[in-house]
Design a binder for this molecule. Structure first.
Ligand SMILES: [Zn+2]
Ligand SMILES: [Zn+2]
Length: 254
């Protein structure tokens, strides 16, 4: 499994996570912030599975542009996976002919823009050879994280979440867990905002991962761009060798 962060910025040197989305093996995306700005159209057309965590704009905002970029009148189209609440928001507030065309209506069923897939927490599905299990996170709208299991190891993707009680239980239940991508949005001094928006500070991050085995890599994501350096410093000062801040140039391989 090869995982890359898709961080949209016109500056190739930028380390800032203006939005969070990841690409797995070049054909699966989780969230869409950077997806419509990925390389060339062929690279975007190679993505045939898109999983959404929740309805906030930094996660779904790239979806209408991505679908438009890759559209060709053919029966082939990507599958888009999301929970019921996220689909309702997309259909009511995005694909409503005002914010963006209602793509189901204009394309019909012969040459669709996307194939709608509804996922439920704790109900595993098969995607491109992986077992993928959505898990409920703790955010201000219904939000899912995803566990990817493969023969070479498993990965947990959990951002846009406050610390939550089930975390330890979920982590212990994942076979051969190798890597976790975990929310670290606001610096410690902005704990009040992390609590109100249901995100995580480095202090909470440390407590959340207390029982994670030290050989599991933990990648901090969703650092708010205006506080990137401060959050990075606070994470570095934890002195944990298995914790690192997500980097756009790196391919995380398990
Ligand atoms: Zn977000
Ligand atoms: Zn959010």
């Amino acid at each position: 499994m090869k995982i890359r962060l898709l961080m949209p910025s016109v500056d190739p040197q930028s380390r800032l996570q203006f939005t969070v989305s990841v690409l797995i093996d070049e054909h699966i995306a989780i969230d869409t912030g950077g997806l419509p700005y990925l390389g060339c159209i062929d690279a975007q057309r190679a993505v045939d599975h898109v999983l959404l965590t929740h309805s906030h704009i930094d996660h779904i905002g790239g979806l209408p542009l991505f679908l438009d970029n890759i559209y060709a009148p053919s029966p082939e189209c990507p599958s888009v996976y999301a929970g019921e609440a996220t689909w309702k928001c997309l259909e009511d507030h995005v694909f409503n002919d005002q914010v963006w065309p209602n793509l189901e209506r204009i394309a019909g069923t012969e040459f669709p823009f996307y194939r709608k897939q509804i996922v439920d927490a704790h109900r595993p599905i098969k995607i491109a050879g992986y077992q993928v299990t959505p898990i409920p996170l703790e955010h201000i709208v219904p939000t899912l994280g995803y566990v990817f299991e493969s023969e070479t190891g498993s990965a947990l993707f959990a951002w846009d979440t406050a610390p939550f009680l089930e975390f330890d239980k979920i982590v212990q239940s994942i076979p051969n867990l190798k890597i976790i991508f975990l929310d670290a949005s606001f610096p410690n001094q902005m704990q009040w905002l992390a609590e109100k928006s249901l995100h995580t500070t480095p202090g909470q991050f440390q407590r959340q991962i207390e029982h994670v085995a030290p050989d599991v890599r933990i990648i901090a994501v969703h650092l708010k761009p205006g506080f990137h350096d401060q959050v990075s410093q606070e994470l570095n000062s934890l002195g944990m060798s298995n914790v690192e801040v997500a980097c756009r140039d790196r391919v995380y391989e398990i």
